[in-house]
Design a protein around this ligand. Structure first.
Ligand code: ZN
Length: 152
């Protein structure tokens, strides 16, 4: 099998070990089209991977991911790794970690939830990681992956 060779980036972030098929959701989380229309992004999908079978990889030049972006990626790809690159070297390598409580990151899917009417931050408890299941602490509405990815 041929190995995929992607050129090294000078500065930015490499998101590796993304669940195959989730690369486009990762791009939406980072807001590539909206916020960084001129950023060079390399996407590799269904790359053979020893551990995972296949995986997706996203390389974003000139941008280091923010914490809330990493939290969102953890919701759809629990084993993703984030590599921060500076001057062609990996200066930081971390695994995403799903937080036990998500604050202000998502909007409750229940239109009658108090978070839509009062000025309070949404809060969700992670009830289950795979497949993802979140519960709103105010109205108890459960959100699954399809409810979550709609918001990216
Ligand atoms: Zn709610």
């Amino acid at each position: 099998m041929k190995e995929v060779k992607v050129r090294k980036i000078k500065n930015g972030t490499v998101i590796d070990h993304i669940v195959a098929g989730q690369a486009l959701n990762v791009l939406r989380i980072i807001g590539i089209a909206r916020e960084y229309p001129r950023t060079t992004v390399t996407v590799a999908m269904n790359v053979p991977s020893g551990k995972m079978g296949t995986k997706d990889i996203v390389k974003v030049e000139g941008k280091e991911l923010k914490e809330d972006e990493v939290d969102k990626i953890s919701l759809i790809s629990q084993n993703a790794t984030i590599n921060i690159i500076r001057d062609y070297e990996v200066v930081e390598k971390k695994k995403v970690k799903m937080p036990s409580l998500l604050e202000g990151v998502l909007v409750c899917a229940n239109p009658n939830c108090i978070t839509h009417f009062e000025n309070i931050k949404s809060k969700f408890i992670v009830e289950k990681e795979t497949p993802i299941k979140l519960r709103c602490i105010y109205c108890e509405r459960v959100m699954k992956e399809e409810d979550i990815v709609k918001q990216f």
